[in-house]
Design a protein around this ligand. Structure first.
Ligand code: NAD
Length: 360
């Protein structure tokens, strides 16, 4: 059956990198992939046309798609919109909420060719391959009650850190299954020495463990995890954690790899439907110059093929093609080192597609 992919280029460099992803999807179709690709507006570009960052038509298209590929949203042009519900980021949050995308997968994978671009010593990060599984729709970012109010003559700000057993269990299962497909090691990150909600988190992870006897489960406090990520990052295989800790740790892990322009991400719901996007934003400072790195976006296509379209073979072919292009010494400006020549967004796209086709 033909599966539907919705492409949402978005704002800033979004359309430039999405154009390379669209060409890669075409190459996959030529290689036999049975998909239909539609495009729609989201974020600031949708606001400009429809007055909404997530038009009803885009949401309907997203619901009907097997997978969504998003460039990035936002930019200074829209930062002054007073009604916060109309800001570009609300388009993204609306998609996550409406599609129930609770499981965020953020790989931190360092291509050995780029080890010297990391802020850590090359030997600490060469071959780094961590998958951070972050709960995305619960925890302190969404807990009620929340607010700022007057108490005893001064203003008090408060949020609620809450997780139900079922929320913990479903993200736990995503993480255990991920560990089974990878190095079979799962580290659950919490703050169980201080926070009751994470005592429950730890209990649920322990309860699930016997169902995955091939996976070795360990626990780590979040402060230690932050330290270990910069001390000895290669000790991690799969890390599972809540929304806020995951937000912070995944950014730190991303930077270990040297360039945010290399990292894809996925957000999945219970049916396996997913939204795939680069970890970076819309980079308004370089938009329109044909210098953005399209590799995070092209690697997002690979993740989409693997996790939503059940096409692991094609996913691997894209990842190998990216490695081959790096072997050829091709670099966009963000990852170029002294003595190397940088290529444009389109030239990088050309090279990946050529390498992909050569692997047929
Ligand atoms: P950013 O990730 O857009 O940019 C940070 C820095 O990294 C910039 O110097 C940028 O030029 C560089 N960069 C990012 N992606 C690159 C790429 N592919 N190739 C080369 N260089 C790249 O983060 P920011 O500057 O904090 O945010 C800019 C806008 O993006 C804001 O409006 C923000 O709200 C939005 N944003 C969107 C998303 C998303 O759509 N998922 C995520 C983060 C930020």
């Amino acid at each position: 059956m033909t599966q539907k992919v919705l492409l949402l280029p978005g704002d800033g460099i979004g359309p430039e990198i999405a154009a390379q992803a669209a060409r890669l999807l075409k190459a996959c179709q030529d290689a036999g992939l049975d998909i239909e690709v539609e495009e729609a507006l989201v974020g600031g570009s949708a606001f400009d046309v429809h007055g909404e960052p997530l038009p009803a038509e885009t949401l309907e298209n997203a619901k009907a798609a097997s997978a969504i590929l998003l460039g990035a949203v936002g930019g200074p042009k829209w930062d002054k919109i007073e009604d916060l519900s109309k800001r570009p980021e609300k388009g993204l949050l609306g998609l996550r909420k409406n599609l129930g995308l609770f499981g965020n997968l953020r790989p931190a994978l360092l291509y050995p060719q780029l080890a010297s671009a990391s802020s850590l010593k090359a030997e600490l990060v060469a071959g780094l391959d961590i998958m951070i599984v972050r709960e995305l729709t619960g925890g302190i970012y969404f807990g009620q009650p929340r607010g700022i109010e007057e108490r005893n003559g001064e203003r008090v700000g408060f949020n609620t850190y809450v997780y139900s057993e079922s929320e913990i269990e479903r993200i736990g299962r995503v993480a255990f299954e991920m560990a089974q497909k990878r190095g079979k090691k799962l580290c659950s990150v919490d703050k169980a020495n201080v926070l009751e909600v994470t005592i429950l988190w730890r209990e649920v992870m322990e309860r699930l463990a016997p169902e995955y006897p091939d996976v070795e489960l360990s626990h780590m406090y979040v402060d230690n995890a932050a330290m270990q990520l910069v001390r000895a990052p290669k000790q991690f295989d799969v890390v599972v954690t809540g929304n806020m800790f995951g937000d912070i740790l995944s950014d730190a892990a991303a930077m270990l790899t040297g360039s945010i322009g290399m990292l894809p991400s996925a957000s999945l719901n219970e049916t396996g439907q997913g939204m795939y996007e680069p970890c970076h934003g819309s980079a308004p400072d370089i938009a329109g110059q044909n210098i953005a790195n399209p590799l995070a976006m092209m690697l997002s296509v690979a993740m989409m093929l693997r996790y939503s379209l059940n096409e692991a073979g094609l996913a691997e072919r894209i990842e190998t093609a990216v490695g081959n292009v790096l072997d050829q010494g091709l670099r966009t400006a963000d990852i170029v080192q002294e003595g190397e020549v940088s290529v444009s967004t389109v030239e990088m796209g050309d090279a990946v597609i050529e390498a992909f086709n050569a692997l047929a």
